[in-house]
Design a protein around this ligand. Structure first.
Ligand code: GAR
Length: 208
């Protein structure tokens, strides 16, 4: 069997960057042999993830939407960086912005996202607070392919996490984050190993 070259992955993040770091650290420790992280794209000025990526040895660029006349122009600027790095796929890791047609068109079924709820429950901002306010006893994390709608595309993987009556948004965020990190690495391993097959909205996992 010929060895496949690693998937050249661009990671997009807006803030703290714990999911991006979990991916980079899984690559370093050999848990993601099929992934080569080639670029970190950040859409916010002075986001901590920029420095953290550089410390991990991953080139990081800050591309600010307000520097461009339209969302299409902003995404075309990102695309130029992605082409420059010969990126094959994108992992959104706390990228707090809706991806538009330019990027989706350039990377069809090749953009993944992680969201801190069991989608389709609680899409959008503050999913953990939404879960607490709704009164659910179980929430979780979802890794999914990205389409044009918010937190909406075909679901790759979900993991559940309990919600306790005494939980605050902060305690629930803390319980969810390590599960996010684990789920993203698992999903990316399957994706880079060519083990995910789309059938409409359903994602079928092929055996190793
Ligand atoms: C994570 O909880 C991620 O799931 C969430 O933003 C946080 C980023 O944290 N993403 C979304 O809500 C996407 N809709 P991080 O910067 O530490 O990875």
């Amino acid at each position: 069997m010929p060895e496949h070259r690693p998937l050249r992955l661009a990671v997009f993040a807006s803030g703290r960057g714990s999911n991006a770091m979990a991916i980079f650290s899984a690559v370093r420790s050999g848990r993601l042999p099929g992934i080569d992280p080639v670029l970190l794209v950040c859409d916010r000025e002075k986001a901590p993830v920029l420095e953290k990526a550089r410390e991990s040895g991953v080139p990081a660029v800050q591309i600010l939407p307000r520097s461009y006349p339209s969302k299409d122009d902003y995404e075309k600027a990102i695309l130029a960086h992605l082409h420059d790095k010969k990126a094959d796929a994108i992992a959104l890791a706390g990228y707090m912005r809706l991806v538009g047609p330019v990027l989706i068109g350039a990377f069809p079924d090749r953009i993944l996202n992680i969201h801190p709820s069991l989608l389709p429950a609680f899409p959008g901002l503050h999913a953990q607070r939404q879960a607490i306010d709704y009164g659910v006893r179980v929430t979780g994390v979802t890794v999914h392919f990205v389409d044009l709608l918010m937190d909406h595309g075909p679901i790759i993987l979900q993991k559940s996490v309990p919600v306790f009556p005494e939980d605050t948004e902060e305690t629930l965020v803390e319980r969810l984050l390590p599960v996010e990190h684990e789920a993203y690495v698992e999903a990316l391993a399957a994706f880079s190993g060519g083990r995910l097959q789309l059938s409409g909205r359903r994602v079928l996992w092929k055996a190793d």
